[in-house]
Design a protein around this ligand. Sequence first.
Ligand SMILES: Nc1ncnc2c1ncn2[C@@H]1O[C@H](COP(=O)(O)OP(=O)(O)O)[C@@H](O)[C@H]1O
Ligand SMILES: [Mg+2]
Length: 375
Amino acid sequence: MASLLTPDRGALLQALDTVTDPLTGLGLQAAGRVTKLELGFGRAAVRLEAPPEADPRYATLPEAVERALRSVPGVHRAHVVMAPQARPPTAEQPTVRVRKGARLSSEAQDQTRFARGAAQPIAHVRRVVAVASGKGGVGKSTVAVNLACALAALGFRVGVADADVYGPSLPRMLGLDADPEIGPDKKLIPVPAWGVWVMSIGFMVDEGAPMIWRGPMASSAVNQILHETAWGSEDEPLDVLLVDLPPGTGDVQLTLVQKVELAGAVIVSTPQEIALIDARRAAAMFGKTGVPILGVVENMAFLPDPAGGAPIEIFGRGGARREAERLRVPFLGEIPIDPALRAGADAGRPLVATDPNSPTAQAFMEVARRVTGRT
Ligand SMILES: Nc1ncnc2c1ncn2[C@@H]1O[C@H](COP(=O)(O)OP(=O)(O)O)[C@@H](O)[C@H]1O
Ligand SMILES: [Mg+2]
């Protein structure tokens, strides 16, 4: 399988020559159409120069080039920009075409993927735990990060994998700007932060770059984050690897349940019905595939009244607790709305690690104890 290494420049130039320049009949590289080739971790960006006169034969070129680039091992995202040779673009005739890596696939719905026959353990990891939600923005990444720190504080060896390939948050939330190294066995070396080991697709792309993947590419990226990262070692295996999932029940989640032997899933939800509906869907997906639900965390359960009065229940406290009862799974605890938690996330300083005695950090410690049965 291809890996997320920096692709080989020579192989890319060769691939560019497999696409014919319409005007000269030569390969694109040979015809001098390639004015820039940039390589990154798992990606290639190419700038092409089209002839100054509009020529319809060039319209489909970026697509063909993108295909050729992605046929090279190690290229998961191809970015093709085509600009005409020195002539200003006009309004009626846009002359700069930008094609990004991909579009979402419709292949995702194949129900047969629910089969878990191929699920593999991850080398040197004792338990893989998915952190999932139905909706985005409910605090899944926040919970994954702080729960990881809480588990580390309990003495476990912990990893956290960012499988949210559409919106990786872990580099920002953990204050990391790393370019992970490749070990002797060609596996990515996870990056240490705040007592836990981290790997994220966000290390490989710019924070502002759009994350547009075809379904199979997203799944393959997740597979590499999980299976082609040197989590733990023979002597010091990880006790637990938390996997921060993208919201919903799409390709990535299916890949995870299909390809990875999961010890269970933690469902994060805010208390209001509109979030619970989607949390229920996520729970059903794990249920269907035989992955145990370790429990439900109610995030943003309430706002402690700053004046010391009654808590303000912005989203209607208790919804996730009731949902856990309905699903007959453990309720793992409630996390209050805490501006310090948000500020810590934005600043790359997880609250559980920086202010372990705060009530919110203690709430995470409680969740960690319940998840591991250390109550
Ligand atoms: N309990 C909380 N109190 C205050 N802010 C929170 C809380 N949980 C999450 N947030 C903030 O809400 C936003 C969304 O959280 P995030 O963890 O990125 O959600 P998700 O991963 O589900 O999309 C972030 O800015 C985060 O800092
Ligand atoms: Mg997230």
